[in-house]
Design a protein around this ligand. Structure first.
Ligand code: SAM
Length: 275
């Protein structure tokens, strides 16, 4: 295979739990490259062992510095180099963005081999609208920053997708319940693994369930668009209430005016009423 692979960077998706989800084409590429850039050589080593592949691994993340990136790109200019992450599709809340950007800038061929990504698996499983969605990565871990991030997404009229960790699940659900009221939420957990589950409901119901049954493992949160937003109406009161949770009435009105294009003075009067 080695001789058949032309030089360049090969982005290879790997399974998010079930090793059977490794694609045959992805495995063949990993078998044929001169080196595999990976986040953690132990994690990728286990996958390679499962696939019966012996390959040179080079640890890489986007904080690795220009020298490490230069070295990998110099190799990719002459030989085939794969990029993988610990699980799922590289670059999606994982390293690789700077490497791919720089490879393209240098004219190094880049190709991407599709496979699992937890965001898409969770979205398709959730039963929530899939026609339009916004993937927002991880929410901040600090409460105020998390609420601000959610408030900034309030006017987005699509399904929202977040990556989460089990210790932060109930805090994230509480913030969603307050900042994005009235939305249906899905908690997709341990996808493709033995204890896969996808539970939908209101944030209050889900908090009650996961307080009684503390969750383990990896989680994707899917938040349905609000009913008003789905029909194209802007729920100014909901936006104002969310903004008022962290801002003064004048700031809240200015923020809502900015995202909706509505009159700032009228919003300020309404913000004082709601306060
Ligand atoms: N690049 C990966 C992808 O394409 O899905 C995501 C990497 S990100 C560092 C890890 C996060 O993805 C986890 O915290 C979790 O939110 C989500 N995730 C990964 N595997 C998962 C799984 N099997 N079940 C549920 N969520 C998962």
């Amino acid at each position: 295979m080695d001789a058949l692979l032309s030089a360049g960077l090969y982005i290879v998706a790997t399974p998010i739990g079930n090793l059977g989800d490794m694609t045959p084409r992805g495995a063949e590429i990993l078998r044929g490259v001169a080196a595999i850039a990976c986040e953690d050589t132990r994690v990728t080593g286990k996958l390679l062992h499962h696939l019966g592949i012996k390959a040179r691994m080079i640890r890489y993340d986007d904080h690795a510095g220009d020298n490490a990136r230069d070295g990998l790109l110099a190799l990719a200019a002459k030989q085939a180099v794969a990029l993988v992450s610990d699980a799922g599709t590289p670059l999606i809340s994982d390293p690789g963005y700077k490497l791919v950007r720089e490879a393209r800038a240098r004219g190094i061929p880049v190709t991407s081999l599709p496979g699992a990504s937890a965001a898409i698996v969770a979205l398709t499983l959730s039963g929530l609208p899939c026609d339009r969605f916004l993937f927002a990565g991880f929410l901040p871990s600090k409460d105020k920053a998390r609420r601000d991030a959610l408030a900034a997404l309030q006017a987005v009229p699509t399904t929202l997708i977040f990556y989460e960790t089990s210790p932060r699940l109930t805090d994230a659900l509480a913030a969603i319940g307050e900042v994005l009221p009235g939305r249906e939420v899905a908690v997709a957990r341990e996808l493709t693994k033995t204890f896969e589950e996808c539970r939908t409901g209101s944030p209050t119901d889900l908090i009650a369930h996961y307080t009684a049954h503390p969750p383990k493992g990896e989680i994707v949160l899917i938040v349905a668009p609000s009913t008003n937003e789905t029909t194209g109406e802007v729920d100014a009161d909901a936006l104002l209430r969310a903004a008022l949770a962290t801002q003064k009435p004048s700031q809240a009105a200015a923020e809502v005016a900015r995202v909706t294009g509505m009159d700032r003075k009228a919003l300020y009067v309404r913000a004082l009423e709601l306060k």
